[in-house]
Design a protein around this ligand. Structure first.
Ligand SMILES: [Cu+2]
Length: 627
């Protein structure tokens, strides 16, 4: 870990010490101070003009250190004939690709030139012993305020594959996101045929309106937020929307070649079906974990998930072009964007002298499942299995130290006084876990923990079971009100954890994408109805279950996860579903796992032991401020 402190001579900028981030989040952004902050933004102009995207690699032992600069700036972007000013990284939509190899260290300097507070999350990165670089605002860090900067600093350990990064505050992730690609270490090959080319394909959403206004409105009224006008494929809605044909992603392939498509679902909340007409895809990886390869014509990708697929181009020029299309899988009763994004797969013409005019070629369309095709979703997810090879084993916890049974669903909160609310019967929708809806603190949880000042910030008594049993997937109870709080679960280091996530039908059953920060989990079982603790565990797959960081909890069903709490720090599970805590501005009830590292360790940036957590706050102080 020597390179953590070593400076390289190739830096164009002096990395700012981590303490550029304020100790406390005392300057929370509110809608009201937007104009005021705007007035100071002229200061930053020269800064971002002078700092284009930097990318340097310096050889250092096993991995290298790679430097990026993310200038958070406003940019006018036009889609569907609507132009709007949006928050971007370096003026790009989607944002720049971050590329590294397994073992590399990333130093990403984020400079905030916009009126909004910002933080960036490196979705799926395990952040081993660097939890404060994970990015969720008010969880692991205070957001980066206007005119300030923060250097995300982490090393990629034991991971390779496709991930992505996105803003992790309010709804800024609707425009602030991009691919995060981890190549295998040098001289390590893929456990599948070497692709001729690799192509990231990142799904997103386009809103004609300002997404910060949409979520702010939804929070006020307690109703579902307005839905997007289009889905996008690498930022482009494609030819099936009005005024969009010129904004189409084209994938040009050579006959006979194999392409690795790195699919990323960065849509806000929608699970998507995806297919390419007349082509079969081979699934080889999910959430940066190799899986047993299998072929499919259609795949399902949940927001927060990534999927690598091999596309084998036809051996001969097919004299046709092919649409690739994605549209949602939706199970809830709320409104959603039911439109279809499309890109075009075209073949390079074999004849240079008489290039085929592409427009004259027949265009084939794929067939996608019905919008609510739960049986397709179930069949597809059941096919995903860990590769579980000697080189890439599936280390499924065989014994369990702690079991948590967590209900996931929607409930209601009362309407604020003098407000008119748009949730059920004039209430506000509130997503909850074990009937607790998360209240976002004003101090980052991780920091309050490190400083030993968690009192009054969070409670460590999050219930590991629902307080009251009810028929979770049957007739809803009369009282749909949720409790509210900032509550966390505390785990000891190296605890082996089983979590049952149980969907509820309180306000209608719905598939809920859930994501765990800092860990992957194994999906050892899933089913419909209420989880049966006597019979369902007998059917768990403890041999080669898929390992990922995001799971869609089946609509009206449950999913069983196992993971080993071997990452000291503070991490969280949260939901990404329609009318989810993200949308409602409240993270789901199970906000944080906190654990203590049992390894004794001196004051250094590598490990926090239980002793340190319990008694030595100053070394921890140093960890935060001295990396
Ligand atoms: Cu994440």
């Amino acid at each position: 870990m020597h390179h953590l402190v070593k400076q390289t001579p190739f830096l164009l900028y002096a990395p700012l010490p981590i303490y550029t981030n304020p100790i406390r989040c005392f300057l929370m952004k509110t809608e009201g101070n937007r104009g005021k902050k705007m007035a100071t933004s002229h200061f930053s102009f020269l800064v971002f003009a002078a700092l284009p995207l930097l990318w340097f690699a310096v050889a250092e032992g096993a991995g290298v250190t790679r430097h990026y600069t993310f200038d958070i700036k406003l940019q006018n972007v036009t889609r569907l004939c609507h132009t709007k000013s949006m928050v971007t990284v370096n003026g790009l939509f989607p944002g720049p690709r971050v590329e590294a190899r397994e073992g590399d260290r990333l130093l990403i300097k984020v400079v905030n030139h916009v009126p909004n507070n910002i933080s960036i999350h490196w979705h799926g990165i395990r952040q081993l012993q660097s939890g404060w670089a994970d990015g969720p605002a008010y969880i692991t860090q205070c957001p980066i305020q206007t005119g300030q900067s923060y250097v995300y600093n982490y090393t990629i350990i034991g991971q390779r594959g496709t991930l992505f990064w996105h803003a992790h505050i309010s709804w800024l992730r609707s425009t602030v996101y991009g691919p995060l690609i981890i190549l295998p270490q040098p001289n390590v090959s893929y456990p599948f045929v070497k692709p001729y080319k690799e192509v990231p394909i990142i799904f997103g959403e386009w809103f004609n309106a300002d997404t910060e206004a949409i979520i702010s409105q939804a929070l006020k009224t307690g109703g579902g937020p307005n839905v997007s006008e289009a889905y996008t494929l690498n930022g482009l809605p494609g030819p099936l929307y009005n005024c969009s044909a010129k904004d189409t992603f084209n994938l040009r392939v050579k006959p006979g070649k194999t392409y690795l498509l790195r699919l990323i679902n960065a849509a806000l909340n929608d699970e998507l079906f995806f297919s390419i007409a007349n082509h079969t895809l081979t699934i080889v990886e999910a959430d940066a974990i190799y899986v047993k390869p299998f072929e499919t014509n259609i795949l399902l990708i949940t927001p927060g998930q990534t999927t690598n697929v091999l596309l084998k181009a036809k051996p001969f020029f097919p004299s046709a072009t092919f649409l690739m299309m994605a549209r949602p899988y939706a199970t809830g009763q709320g409104t959603f964007d039911n439109s279809t994004v499309a890109g075009i797969l075209e073949y390079e013409s074999p004849s240079l002298h008489s290039p085929e005019p592409t427009k004259k070629l027949p265009l084939f369309k794929p067939t996608l499942p019905a919008l609510n095709d739960t049986s397709f979703a179930t069949n597809f997810t059941n096919k995903l299995k860990s590769l579980a090879s000697a080189q890439y084993p599936a280390n499924v916890p065989q014994k369990v130290d702690k079991r948590f049974f967590l209900t996931i669903g929607l409930g209601t909160n009362p309407c604020d006084q003098n407000q008119t609310c748009q949730g059920p019967n004039g209430t506000k929708f509130a997503a909850s876990v074990n009937n607790i809806s998360f209240i976002q603190p004003t101090t980052a949880l991780l920091q309050s923990h490190f400083f030993g000042r968690s009192n009054g910030v969070y409670s460590p008594y999050f219930p590991f079971n629902p307080t009251h049993w009810f028929n979770y997937t049957g007739n809803p109870p009369n009282n749909t009100m949720v409790g509210n709080g900032t509550e966390v679960l505390v785990l000891n280091f190296n605890t082996s954890v089983e979590v049952i996530l149980q969907d509820t039908s309180i306000l209608g059953a719905e598939s809920h994408p859930l994501h765990l920060h800092g860990f992957n989990f194994f999906i050892v079982g899933q089913g419909f109805g209420n989880f049966d603790p006597n019979n369902d565990p007998k059917k768990f797959n403890l041999v080669d279950p898929v390992e990922r960081n995001t799971v869609g909890v089946p609509s009206g069903g449950w999913v069983a996860l196992r993971f080993l709490a071997d990452n000291p720090g503070k991490n969280m599970v949260h939901a990404l579903s329609p009318r989810s805590p993200h949308e409602l501005g409240i993270e789901n009830g199970l906000a944080c796992f906190r654990w203590k590292d049992s390894k004794p360790k001196a004051a250094s940036s590598t490990v926090r032991s239980s002793q340190m957590l319990m008694t030595f706050y100053y070394p921890l102080f140093a960890v935060i401020f001295d990396t």
